[in-house]
Ligand binder design. Structure first.
Ligand code: 3PG
Ligand code: CO
Length: 554
């Protein structure tokens, strides 16, 4: 039968304190002026790289190595932390939705049957991120779903868009809205009443995460459900173009708008009897809206109206909460994660980040599971993030506070694993502000130093890695790798993640002599890290885990 018991590692001891440091958005790329990590002073990370070559390597953090459909898919925090924690590669939401649409299975499930009950008399509302970023959603999935809905009897469809500019270039929203408009107009030719009803920038409207700022979700609710917003337009392409002209705004931060008819009435409020689908497959930035749409009891903001709708998520966003209750595609079943194994084998665990990345080292790390496995053995600490700002304004974020919490946890002797996520490279990198991203990288490096110093003091072991690239390349490039210019001759800033590999470093006084990276796993990826870390805790990894990256030579 199944047992949580891990075998002892034949050579490595137990009882060492292991610091597991994840630098968010920290890839390895050529040194040039758009590589913020290279430009920033990062003596700690530099010394790891320049140190013993058998204790520093690169690992893959994008594409198939993390369960994404193709090698053109950049990595992201969800799939990166899933792989780091689970030690195996699971087909991720992006891929599962592709398959469900391709095979038509999506239309046979309980979720679709449920929303279908609204087709005769109600409107079907689709809410989600509109881009081809493939991190939270993908426009071609929306297009296929629209087609599927129209062929299966939906008569009235409203799309509530969230513009991106974070997983894709800023300014690309206009093109995506044009594409969607043209699809909807084709549906209208077929007699289906299909329109965009509302919109707004993803970071200002709807897509907050980990309950950092409920105002963001409220702004979306007002536009999507109540049909109320400060900006009213007759046409969504015009809306996005006009709103982009507001100084200092961008696709990510467009204010909310509603589309109105000739009499000035919003064309698509959500009312009793309607169906709603949130089209994002990724959970972190959709689960707050899911709560507002589904929970009878809700006190995060005044919903004003709570329409009786049939609601389904593209995926189920939280397995514990069963939220939402109905969904179109089953999420990956990430079981037997390294965190659960280690806790069951006596490894006392501390995990910490600030709000905007807290779920990454807890929820995503543990296979999309909220809370800890055993409160007697684990402590998860959330440092409150600043809210209501863009992080280029405060690029230090809470990195030093996170590092201090980790240091204290290490020095306390109460934990065997101390795990953190340092968000700076990613969160500031997403703003596209190169100067601020350089500061961000410097501070993240200082935070790493604080943690490594504590590991030094207690004779422990460190593992330093990243979940995907971001800050190491801030410019959009052509196929040859040359920076791309826009029509005004300015470089096109890359706000998104990258396809780059990430560093993986091990060390510390507790690392047994003779431990080094094997050289027979050149294609190793983030999923190989879990077995590696289990070894450093003195255990063999389960046999179906991706292989360890280390060996012990005598
Ligand atoms: C976001 O949600 O901020 C981006 O789309 C992806 O960033 P993350 O994967 O680093 O969270
Ligand atoms: Co990111």
């Amino acid at each position: 039968g199944f047992s949580w018991k891990l075998n002892d590692h034949p050579k490595l001891p137990k009882g060492k304190t292991v610091a597991m440091v994840v630098l968010d958005g920290w890839g390895e790329a050529n040194a040039n002026q758009y590589n913020c990590i290279h430009i920033a002073e990062t003596p700690t990370m530099d010394s790891l790289k320049k140190g013993a070559p058998e204790k520093w390597r690169l690992v893959r953090a994008h594409g198939k190595a993390v369960g994404l459909p193709t090698e053109d898919d950049m990595g992201n925090s969800e799939v990166g932390h899933n792989a780091l924690g689970a030690g195996r590669i699971f087909a991720q939401g992006a891929k599962l939705v592709d398959i469900a649409l391709e095979t038509g299975k999506i239309y046979e499930g309980e979720g679709f049957k449920y929303i279908k009950e609204s087709f005769e008399t109600g409107t079907v509302h689709l809410i989600g991120l509109l881009s081809d970023g493939g991190v939270h959603s993908r426009i071609n999935q929306l297009q296929l779903l629209l087609k599927g809905l129209s062929e299966r009897g939906a008569k009235r469809i409203r799309v509530h868009i969230l513009t991106d500019g974070r997983d894709v270039l800023d300014g690309s929203s206009v093109g995506f809205v044009e594409t969607l408009e043209s699809d909807l107009s084709k549906l209208r030719e077929k007699g289906i009443d299909a329109q965009i009803a509302s919109g707004g920038g993803r970071m200002y409207v709807t897509m907050d995460r980990y309950e950092n700022d409920w105002e963001v979700v409220k702004r979306g609710w007002d536009a999507q459900v109540l049909g109320e917003a400060p900006h009213k337009f007759k046409n969504a392409v015009e809306a996005v173009k006009k709103l982009r002209e507001i100084p200092n705004t961008s696709d990510q931060y467009l204010p909310p708008f509603v589309i109105v008819d000739d009499s000035g009435k919003s064309v698509g409020p959500i009312v009793d009897g309607d169906a709603v689908v949130t089209i994002n497959f990724r959970a972190d930035r959709m689960v707050m809206l899911a709560m507002a749409l589904e929970f009878e009891k809700f006190d995060k903001f005044d919903r004003v109206r709570f329409p009786k709708i049939r609601y389904a998520g593209m995926l189920q966003y939280d397995g514990e909460l069963k939220l939402p209750n109905k969904y179109l595609v089953s999420p990956p079943e990430i079981d037997r994660t390294s965190g659960e194994y280690l806790v069951n084998n006596g490894v006392r665990t501390f995990a910490c980040s600030e709000t905007v990345k807290f779920g990454h080292v807890t929820f995503f790390w543990n296979g999309n599971r909220s809370g800890c496995f055993n409160p007697q053995m684990e402590e998860y600490v959330e440092v409150p993030s600043d809210s209501g700002i863009t992080f280029n304004v405060k690029p230090k974020m809470k990195a030093l506070e996170i590092a201090e919490k980790a240091r204290d946890a290490i020095l306390s002797g109460k934990f065997d694993q101390v795990r953190v996520n340092l968000p700076n490279g990613d969160m500031v990198g997403h703003t596209g502000d190169i100067e601020a991203t350089i500061v961000a990288c410097k501070v993240a490096d200082e935070a790493v130093k604080t943690i490594l110093d504590a590991i030094e003091q207690v004779g422990g072991i460190y593992v330093v890695t990243a979940d995907h690239g971001n800050a190491e390349d801030m410019v959009k490039r052509n196929k040859k790798g040359e920076p791309l210019l826009d029509k005004n001759g300015k470089i096109q800033i890359l706000t998104s993640h990258t396809l780059e590999p990430v560093p993986l470093a091990i060390g510390g006084p507790g690392l047994a002599p003779g431990v080094r990276f094997r050289n027979d796993v050149p294609t190793g990826g983030l999923a190989n890290v879990a077995a590696t870390v289990m070894n450093l805790h003195g255990f063999e990894a389960p046999s179906d885990y991706e292989t360890t990256l280390i060996e012990v030579v005598d």
